[in-house]
Design a protein around this ligand. Structure first.
Ligand code: GLN
Length: 203
């Protein structure tokens, strides 16, 4: 099983390491030819505007959409979640998404860099205790469409502020997205979850 990490910008190395820790063959993907040779793809955190511009410049946007349409599993974290959203709020007018998940995502919804935080999040279908989740200028899911399923919400501001109860993980078929960065903790259960999604498609 070979899983690619879209390596245009962002925390590529951490995802490669987390995938290898799960026993997958992990490769960086920058070209359409590399995209053709993988069984699943992680779109890392970073800056979704930059990743989107580079994907257009590297002629990857159409091949990415085509592989997702064929059913290749993909997992987007943070900026990667923004890129998998069918609809994006608070994005530059010309920002393109790859799309695929029927959801509306608001960029930088939890605030700026100084508002970054950590929380333990309970993810539906994930055995064991809640997963540690790191949020860095993270998006939230403002609306989950009928095609998609919310997997997790944050406790957020315990006084019941605007972030309380926001959706931070979503799945639609072979597509998975989290607002947080599971690659920055030593807990690899989100990557294991994704690897098992990929295994199901290649059996
Ligand atoms: N705010 C960034 C964006 O919209 C995402 C931040 C991140 O990936 N840590 O692309």
């Amino acid at each position: 099983m070979r899983i690619g990490v879209l390596a245009l910008q962002g925390d590529v190395r951490e995802h490669l390491e987390a995938l290898r820790a799960c026993g997958a063959e992990a490769v960086a993907v920058r070209r359409p030819a590399e995209l053709a040779e993988i069984d699943g793809l992680i779109i890392p955190g970073g800056e979704s505007t930059t990743i989107s511009k580079l994907a257009v410049a590297f002629d990857l946007m159409a091949p990415l959409r085509a592989r997702l349409a064929e059913g290749m599993p993909a997992f987007g974290s943070c900026a990667g979640m923004v890129l998998l959203a069918d609809r994006i709020l608070d994005a530059p007018a010309d920002q393109q998404s790859i799309g695929g998940i029927d959801m509306t995502v608001r960029r930088n919804a939890f605030g700026r860099q100084v508002d970054s935080f950590e929380e333990h999040v309970r993810v539906d279908g994930m055995p064991g205790p809640p997963v540690p989740a790191v949020f860095i200028r993270a998006p939230w899911v403002e609306e989950v469409g009928p095609g998609a399923e919310a997997l997790a919400t944050v406790v957020g501001d315990p006084s019941g502020g605007r972030d309380a109860g926001r959706v931070v993980a979503v799945r639609q078929g072979a597509l998975l997205a989290t607002s947080f960065h599971p690659e920055l903790t030593g807990d690899h259960r989100m990557h294991e979850y994704f690897c098992s999604m990929v295994k199901e498609t290649i059996r």
